[in-house]
Design a protein around this ligand. Sequence first.
Ligand code: PDD
Length: 282
Amino acid sequence: MDKVYLNGEFLTADQAKVSVFDRGFLLGDGVYEVIPVYAGKCFQLDGHLLRLQTSLNGVRMKNPHSNSEWQALIKQLIELNGGGDQSLYLQVTRGVAPRDHIFPEGVTPTAFAMSNPLQPVPEKYKTKGAAAITLADIRWQNCNIKAITLLPNSLLKQQAHEAGALEALLIRDGYLTEGAASNAYVVIQGTIYTAPKDEKVLPGITRDVVIDIAKANNLPIIEQAVTEQQLKQADEIWISSSTKEVVAITQLDGEAVAGGVPGPVWQKMDALYQQYKLKGVA
Ligand code: PDD
């Protein structure tokens, strides 16, 4: 998957160069998207392009492309990289300008896209689930913006990794917000809870799909944050993201959740999600 898109051109990765004065490099001044591609087609592309626009609005940055331009260049990039299953990455930064906190005037944003092979969700997550640890949510107050400034997320995820866990579940003011790179859900007495869309969580595209599936199949779901206490006593815990789909968390801080295996509500959700995946591509 050697071909990338940069500012109107399709290049090999080693030909693609960005200035050291790019504000993405110097200030982390940019936003991004990660979109799963199944059999050459994007999953939930409209939702991802809408969220990209919302993130751009949130940081007062111009979208360098219309939706139809994004759609066309994405299609071309997927084809140039051989189709199949891919993890597509889009990034827009404010552009190249002398370093200054104040926004530069009249600068063209840097538009970049690449794709990587989409790693299949490991079988062990399906059969055994995965481990998570709880950590304090040290991120900023605008987690609804998908900003490239991922240092807090990266520190949290690394801490989870060093503890032998897949994900860090984040606690802010006593409540579960989300994972370091995923949305989070708990099941309590058959009802699924996930934090509401506000500035404390990323509005996950997979989360939207999970909610749609639950509603269409009479699985009770409530967009309401749970306390750390409720998290620790939950019948089931899940995480979701574009690259991981929906994964059951069966160990939390070293303790078994739901008897240490993916629970019955997750089993239903995963089966329905796999069916939905075949329909949601474009
Ligand atoms: N991350 N919350 C956070 C903090 C995330 O970073 C992500 C995804 C999600 C899930 O969003 P979605 O369902 O739209 O993928 C929630 C991506 C995959 C990443 O940074 O690589």
